[in-house]
Design a protein around this ligand. Sequence first.
Ligand SMILES: [Zn+2]
Length: 293
Amino acid sequence: MFKRSILLLLLIGLVLTGCNITRPTPVPGATLIPGRGALKIAFLDVGQGDSILIQAPNGQTMLIDGGRSTDLANTVIIPKLREWGAKQVDVLIPTHPDADHIGGLVGVLESFPVKLAALTGQVHTTQIYERLLMAIRDKSIPALQVRTGTVIPFDAAVKVEVLGPDDEAVQGDDNNNASIVIKLTYGNTSFLLTGDAESRENKAMLEHGFDVRSNVLKLGHHGSRTSTNEDWLQRTQPQLGIISAGQDNSFGHPHPEVIAALEKLKIQYIRTDEHGTITVTTDGMTLQVTSTK
Ligand SMILES: [Zn+2]
């Protein structure tokens, strides 16, 4: 409870203009009304993996990744959807075929309505991803093929743009660097959700001329040094970094160099392995952050 209050204080009242923080004073009239007119993004505690659930102001939901175990659907993801009053997943996005992102999505497909899947069309490389594709096909869920520049249909107030992967990455055999990277913009706030993208895909996004600056950055590949360095943080300029990683994971994520870079640049960050599920709520002006631990 103590930690939760601290986190709230960290960001409440930030004034965000575009991607630059001007002055940390509250905006009159911009107080959040929980559950109404707000965009909610929950970085779910799924252990070593990623799962991000988003609810738009109009109630539509987007699920990006689902953690490793299919059980996560019933223990974590669907309970959160129900808590938010969602009757369906409007957009399902598996960032890439690696198991730590896919298992829970297979579980969701088995027991919850899904209206659209956004896919790269990459040849499946894992058994669990093959199961996911089969479930999408068996349930006749429409699939949208996405690439750099695709805008995914969602609440009209929220722009959901795909910054990666490009054709070259999809045709390659490097799963991480063919992750679907989403930039989500609502009002003056923006979120960069990078899957397991590493330096190669980061570089490709810059070469394609995308504005990668964002108020909140979900660090690539669970806080790996192969995804985040000082240069990338200077390009993306986040006010808040989110790290999705499992406690005492065998990869050493997040890597100490990444934490050191965040601290050197005075970027606040929060980790699912330490704080559990992290929810960022915004009215398009201010960010409110809560966590379960
Ligand atoms: Zn991963």
